[in-house]
Design a protein around this ligand. Structure first.
Ligand code: FE2
Length: 218
C-alpha cells in the first residue's frame, strides 16, 4: 500500500493559522521489482524472490523501538495539548493555538511511524501513554518545557537510527533521516520563540504582539 502524506515544515511564523506551508511529498517506498530476468518454462511461478521477503521483514529490536516512538509521539501530542490549555488559562490564545497545532503535528509523526510498522507486516501497540503533570505560569516556561521535550524526542530518534544501523535495516532509513532533519528544525523553531520571549521580557504589549503572531493573526 502506497501512502502519500503531505508533510508540513517551515518557520513557526508560517506553519500556524493556515499561512505558508512549504509542503514536501513524503515519497512512497519503492515496491520491490518482480520482473523476471530469466525465462521460466510454464507453469510460471508468481512467488516473489526470497530476497524481497527478507527486505520487508523487520528486526524485533527495531520493531519495539519504532513502536516506542509511536507512543512517544502521542505523548508529545498530549504534552502540547496540556500546554495549550495552560496558555489559554493565561489568556495567551495565540500561543495556545500554536500548541494545539503542534499537537496535531505530533499525531502526524505518530501516524508516519505507525504506517511504517503496518506496511512492514508489523503491528502497533499503544500500551499506556503516560503524561507528567504540567503546570506553567508564563509563556517562557511553556516554551522552555516544549524545548526540553523536543530534545528528549531528538535523542530518541538518534537512538532509533543507531538501532537501525545495528540491525542493518535499510528500509527504515528514509523515514528516520526525515525525522532527524525534522527534529533539528523543531528545536530551532522553539529556540527562536524562546529568544523572542526573553527579548520581550516584562513588556506586555510585546508579549501580546508575539501571541498574535504565533496565533497566525498577523
Ligand atoms: Fe514529533
Amino acid at each position: 500500500m502506497n501512502t502519500y502524506l503531505l508533510y508540513p515544515s517551515g518557520l513557526f511564523t508560517a506553519r500556524r493559522g493556515g499561512g505558508r506551508r512549504s509542503a514536501a511529498i513524503y515519497p512512497p517506498r519503492a515496491k520491490p521489482s518482480t520482473r523476471c530476468t530469466t525465462t521460466i518454462a510454464p507453469p510460471y511461478s508468481h512467488a516473489p524472490p526470497s530476497s524481497n521477503i527478507a527486505a520487508m521483514s523487520i528486526n524485533q529490536k527495531l520493531e519495539e523501538a519504532l513502536n516506542n516512538q509511536v507512543i512517544a509521539e502521542h505523548q508529545a501530542a498530549l504534552v502540547y495539548t496540556q500546554l495549550a490549555y495552560e496558555l489559554d488559562r493565561l489568556s495567551l490564545t495565540g500561543m495556545s493555538a500554536w500548541m494545539f497545532a503542534q499537537a496535531d503535528e505530533e499525531r502526524e509523526h505518530a501516524q508516519r511511524f505507525a504506517d511504517h510498522l503496518i506496511d512492514r507486516d508489523s503491528r502497533v501497540n499503544l500500551k499506556t501513554i503516560e503524561l507528567p503533570e504540567i503546570k506553567i505560569e508564563s509563556a517562557l516556561e511553556a516554551f522552555e518545557l516544549s524545548l526540553a521535550h523536543e530534545k528528549k524526542v531528538s535523542a530518541m530518534i538518534r537512538d532509533l537510527v543507531r538501532v537501525a544501523e545495528e540491525v542493518k535495516d535499510i528500509d527504515s532509513r528514509p523515514l528516520l533521516d526525515s525525522f532527524l532533519s525534522e527534529q533539528v528544525e523543531e528545536e530551532a523553531t522553539v529556540g527562536e520563540i524562546i529568544d523572542r520571549l526573553k527579548m520581550v521580557g516584562a513588556d506586555g504589549s510585546g508579549l501580546l504582539r508575539l501571541d498574535a503572531q504565533l496565533g497566525g493573526r498577523e
